[in-house]
Design a protein around this ligand. Sequence first.
Ligand SMILES: Cc1cc2nc3c(=O)[nH]c(=O)nc-3n(C[C@H](O)[C@H](O)[C@H](O)COP(=O)(O)OP(=O)(O)OC[C@H]3O[C@@H](n4cnc5c(N)ncnc54)[C@H](O)[C@@H]3O)c2cc1C
Length: 457
Amino acid sequence: MERKSFIRQSLLAIPALYLGNSWLFSSCNKKDEVKPGDWRGDVIVIGAGIAGLHAAKLLINLGMNVTILEASDKTGGRIRALSGMADFDIQLGAEEVHGNKSEWYNLVTATPGVSLHTPDGEDYFFMNNTLKSETAWAGDATLVQAQTFESTARNYSGADKTVHQAELDQGNNPANFEISNALIGNEYGTSNNRLSIAGITEEDRLWESGDKNYNLKTGSYNDVLQHHYAAVIDKVLLNSPVTAIDYNGTKVNVTTAGKVYTADRVVITVPLSVLKNELISFMPALPAAKKTAISAIGMGAGMKVIMKFNSRFWDGAMDSLIGGPKSAEMWVPGLGRSGAFVLTAFIMGEKAEYLSSLGTGAVSALLSELDMMYGGAAASSVFDTAHIIDWGKEPYILGAYSYPVVGGGIAQRAQLGSSVDKKLFFAGEATHTAGHSGTVHGALETAIRVVNEVTQN
Ligand SMILES: Cc1cc2nc3c(=O)[nH]c(=O)nc-3n(C[C@H](O)[C@H](O)[C@H](O)COP(=O)(O)OP(=O)(O)OC[C@H]3O[C@@H](n4cnc5c(N)ncnc54)[C@H](O)[C@@H]3O)c2cc1C
């Protein structure tokens, strides 16, 4: 998740929920506390993103026999970097560390060669066919309205509706809808017309990792994974997409393309979209409430387009460019760490669906948007090269990250994360029940929760 300016509120504890077949303990309190039970046995972990790697590490440390099956040819999942385009690794998935009160923050800052900073740049806004810095827009009522809407949207108390419906009902100026979409929907991995305003309010009230966002100043998240998870990464069986899980018997049989693996318990950390698209079949079928939860949490298209130029046509102080009709938001990934002329377009939801449909044509679409904003051929005349990462088309990810839809809510996330028959256990960002869904630190916290659950007798 790319949260730029969200104002976090203090936290309330939420109680444990009973869901019929298991207790769900709120990870709101002591979310980072590993409190394993006494059960020991053979465990299969499915997926080697941060949730799978962290769960596997904890289980191995407890002396368990752990098999890790990863569908793709690499570990890290939605943590991935592009090397070679600039003099630093450009993050293709997770980019910011949200807050300094999380185990993920601790791991990142404890990695040799890796450091964080919060670059001091300025936001530029495109509105009414004009691109200006926030300073130059100062006092503009239409921009202020969008910014006020953004900063108050997570204090909503009323019947659930989409964020877009809320701005319509409030009578906001349509001239700022692109801005508010970039500031809210896009950050949550979707569009304002798909995002629940009650949902983001519910999640934001539980946020407790801190308000400041950090970017990498040196190093890469791959360094973090290699440093803290090397022993686990060595054990990961790559190119092992799980297609079926049979939990009819006392043991669980997990089928991949070439082999069947057997264990006592299985930890499933695949992205929500993989479950939505039923890439894994379950025998017996998952409980109805679990299936409802899978469809009652959103996850859809999302992409980054990294563009490198031969010279800079934007202001050297620019951090982000907000409100592009096609891009929603672009930023300068090397701000404060590199002189490379690189922009990252970060596009979610409806806009990502459109750009995704253009294939490699997405680059020319974004270049013409930049030309339109800056005038003439400002961008296209100095364009060098580009890299598209279209997460919705990544075969084992199939989307960006989860978000709340109207009528959904954290109870659905709790249901998604609930265990089945003490044999299937679910983790991963979408199962976070205390507001950190859609983030790396949230995914890691679900790994801690799941290990505490798996080890119960
Ligand atoms: C563009 C983008 C920007 C983001 N920005 C940020 C940010 O700035 N800060 C932040 O904190 N978070 C950000 N996130 C979110 C963050 O990356 C994720 O929340 C987090 O990495 C998810 O971790 P995970 O372990 O739950 O899932 P994943 O990392 O998706 O791991 C799941 C793994 O399961 C594997 N898998 C899938 N199907 C199968 C199968 N059938 N068999 C075996 N394996 C399978 C997948 O290949 C994958 O490796 C961003 C995400 C995206 C896409």
